[in-house]
Design a protein around this ligand. Structure first.
Ligand code: MN
Ligand code: MN
Length: 368
């Protein structure tokens, strides 16, 4: 699907002829134009109004890069560091006599909402976020290919990093090895801060790797992902260093059973909350329900976490072409945690995983 088709679909979905659109999130600007830039604190947004068409307002230093990427139907307007982007935006809005504007309510800052109110106090603000989420929800075959490439690379990067694992290495050293191998395998950037957690720390679903040394006798949780051609991966494997302890082995088997059941059950037509429930029931019936402390998963694409949430309360149904993670876990405060995560893309027949690093109990036992 071309970028122009995406923009047309967005306008059709919003179906509000009088209104302007203001797309602020750089990932959404990329999705609609093919141009990605992180402007940091500077201002960048893609605008549309039927009187003026599409316009990308961005820092002068990005104008050349943008012109090389965006289609001719998009006007590229740069502003220098000595100029006020607010003035540039206000002029554009005034020329189109904008009375209504769609903004991304979860992304735009209060400061920039104030620009819009200063332009016209009675301006009507609407939320663009749900339309963009919906547009990005079902992936095209080209997007699935990019996600598959990121996933396959993730498997290879984990294998290459584990080949360097030695007793006495710290969590952060292993994280560095994963990120080094990511770059060596052609990834632009990691999709989030690499998570390597050993022992009791593995019970912290969002823990940060530190100076803890890897040694036989504990659980080692590795959660990482990378970006290739703008698309993300996200995979978790939990290993045991040295001989399994009885309870670590028990919770590993339960989590693997829960993940496998969800992978097998996922079908178009099923709700996201029903899928979450399948994994959750297995963990609850095994007696660890209180230790599965997060949703089953999340959508993934050009953002590592994107719409939808795979969890309780989401009654939306799964459709072919959607991509999301399945990542049940059990976290025991003293012993540590086990999480097993694969992202999947949905076909009419069921879920296909984007990552396939082995996860049977024998494979995740590392001798050191
Ligand atoms: Mn993850
Ligand atoms: Mn995840």
């Amino acid at each position: 699907m071309s970028y122009e088709t995406r923009r047309t679909k967005l306008l059709e979905a919003v179906a509000h002829e009088e209104a302007a659109l203001m797309v602020h999130d750089p990932k959404n600007v990329f999705y609609l134009t093919g141009f990605f830039s992180d402007p940091h604190e500077r201002f960048m947004a893609l605008f549309y109004h039927r009187a003026k068409g599409w316009a990308l307002i961005l820092p002068l230093l990005d104008v050349e890069a943008a012109k090389q990427k965006v289609e001719t139907g998009i006007e590229v307007i740069g502003y220098g560091d000595h100029q006020s982007p607010e003035q540039v935006v206000t002029n554009w809005l005034s020329e189109a006599n904008v009375t209504d504007i769609y903004i991304e309510e979860l992304f735009i800052s209060f400061a920039r909402v104030k620009w819009l109110l200063a332009y016209r106090q009675e301006i009507q603000l609407h939320n663009l976020t749900p339309y963009l989420q919906r547009l990005r929800l079902v992936k095209t075959p080209e997007e699935i290919s990019a996600l598959m490439k990121a996933g396959e690379t993730t498997d290879r990067v984990l294998e290459a990093a584990l080949a360097q694992l030695k007793a006495g290495m710290t969590e952060i050293e292993l994280a560095a090895e994963l990120e080094y191998q990511g770059k060596k395998h052609g990834s632009e950037v990691m999709s989030f801060g690499t998570c390597v957690l050993y022992g009791a720390k593995s019970a912290l679903p969002h823990g940060k790797p530190g100076q803890i040394k890897l040694e036989p006798g504990g659980l080692l949780l590795i959660d990482f992902g990378l970006v290739m051609d703008a698309y993300c991966s996200d995979m978790t494997r939990t290993f045991h260093l040295g001989e399994w302890g009885a309870e670590a082995q028990k919770i590993y088997d339960i989590v693997l059973q829960a993940e496998t059941a969800a992978l097998e059950a996922a079908k178009p037509g099923m709700t996201f909350e029903a899928l979450d429930q399948i994994a959750r029931d297995i963990i609850r019936e095994a007696g660890y329900g209180d230790y599965f402390i997060h949703r089953l998963g999340h959508g993934m694409g050009i953002d590592v976490h994107e719409y939808p949430s795979v969890g309780a309360g989401n009654t939306e149904t799964i459709e072919a072409g959607m991509v999301f993670t399945i990542e049940p876990g059990i976290y025991l405060p003293k012993l540590g945690g086990v999480r097993i995560e694969d992202a999947v893309y949905m076909t009419e027949q069921g879920a296909e995983t984007l990552t396939s690093f082995p996860k049977d109990r024998e494979h995740v036992l590392l001798a050191l």
